[in-house]
Design a protein around this ligand. Structure first.
Ligand code: PMP
Length: 386
């Protein structure tokens, strides 16, 4: 008879032997710095790309107008019961207005949105075609759906075109799924071309996860679809609120009919307690200021380009075209060692290992942030060059 606890222990030993065991570390935050193991380090591992989560002034301005009545730390119910506080409507109205879409719907997290929407919008006679490198939440969404699914080679339009030509006539609907900036490689999807491909087939829809671009790209920070002028062509444009916009939750902007359908079908929307209304208010507060944050976006862009250029000069292969900069190491134990070395030198960088990334592609993942000083940037470059 197999002892379940022994099986778990064996699995943990195996992960440890491969250098892939995950543990929770303790970290004390002070703005953009982090203290761990007695060391003060610049945080290059968070998704606080604009430095807004570290910004006390932003929080102080929000708190100035917050009354005990407004400070609602719990919704106490699903939005379909009594949890639909006006703060959610205000946030969704603001999102739809900014994007110029008919509507928006807020979810408790990006994970909920991605795992909830894909199963809700597909049936057994549908097909999902997802980029090979999409996030785990999208993969889990596909796994939960009744549709067949297939992954096309990363950013390979020819492969996708072939799959569409072969499968579009045989399926009720096809959903193309991609990220605009890929979370682990920091490269970008060819959005305009994806839109063109989708338009060749009347039964094909496009789902774009802008988790790592929302707040950062485009004139008003709405993401890569704004930058490429294709917001109106994307059927499901998803963004997360817990990254550049320093809050929590996620949203999709879409047609009204889509929103009404999602409210009736997305299980992680229907069967969960809504986010605390105070979080929706805070998201609204940050969103209101987002269009005016071009200077921060520009700064992040300048820093990213500087590092890309250094890597090019040093002939380091790096797919990134964004603020997410992976330094490929390969071996997991070696990646952990390099991350610890950077930590000793004052930069909190983590190793990303399988299964988060494919086997043999363990890497350091640098998340640049707009509040890095010039002096810090030069030191980062020195570290990377080692
Ligand atoms: N999509 C992508 C591309 C992500 O990287 C993440 C989280 N890292 C998510 C969705 C999930 O978002 P959330 O953290 O809000 O659950």
């Amino acid at each position: 008879m197999n002892n379940p606890y022994e099986s778990m222990q064996t699995a943990l030993h195996e992960l440890s032997a491969q250098g892939n065991l995950r543990t929770l570390s303790h970290a004390l935050h002070e703005g953009r710095y982090l203290y761990a193991a007695g060391q003060k380090m610049l945080n290059l591992s968070s998704n606080d790309y604009l430095g807004l989560a570290a910004n006390l002034e932003l929080r102080a301005r929000f708190l100035e107008n917050l009354t005990p009545e407004d400070f609602l730390p719990s919704s106490s119910s699903s939005r379909l019961l009594t949890g639909n506080h006006p703060a959610f409507d205000e946030l969704e109205t603001a999102l739809a207005r900014l994007y110029g879409t008919e509507s928006a719907l807020v979810f408790n997290s990006g994970y909920d949105a991605n795992t909830g929407i894909l199963p809700a919008i597909t049936e057994a006679e549908d097909l999902i075609l997802a980029d090979k490198l999409v996030h785990a939440s999208l993969i889990d969404g596909m796994r939960l759906s009744r549709a067949r699914w297939h992954r096309f080679k990363h950013n390979d339009l020819h492969h996708l075109d072939r799959l569409l030509a072969e499968h579009a006539p045989k399926h009720r609907h096809i959903i193309i799924v991609t990220e605009s900036i890929f979370s682990m490689d920091g490269d970008e999807a060819p959005l305009s071309k994806l839109v063109q491909l989708k338009q060749l087939h009347p039964n094909v829809l496009l789902y774009v996860d802008e988790a790592h671009a929302f707040g950062l790209r485009g004139h008003r920070g709405l993401g890569c679809c704004e930058e490429k002028g294709c917001i109106g062509e994307v059927d499901f444009l998803a963004g997360t609120l817990g990254k550049a916009t320093a809050s929590a939750g996620a949203f999709v902007v879409c047609r009204q009919v889509t929103r009404d359908y999602l409210v009736n079908h997305v299980r992680p929307f229907i069967f969960t307690t809504a986010l605390p209304p105070v979080i929706a208010k805070w998201s609204r507060h940050v969103l209101h200021l987002l269009p005016e944050m071009s200077e921060r976006r520009q700064r992040l862009n300048t820093l990213s380009r500087r590092l890309h250029q250094v890597l090019r000069e040093q002939k380091v292969k790096c797919p990134s075209t964004s603020h997410i900069i992976p330094l490929l190491i390969g071996d997991s134990a070696r990646a952990v060692y390099r991350a610890e070395e950077m930590q000793r030198h004052g930069f909190y960088v983590r190793a990303v290992r399988p299964p988060t990334v494919p086997e043999g592609t363990a890497r350091l993942r640098l998340s640049l942030r707009a509040d890095i000083t010039d002096e810090e940037m030069e030191r980062i470059i020195e570290e990377v060059a080692k």
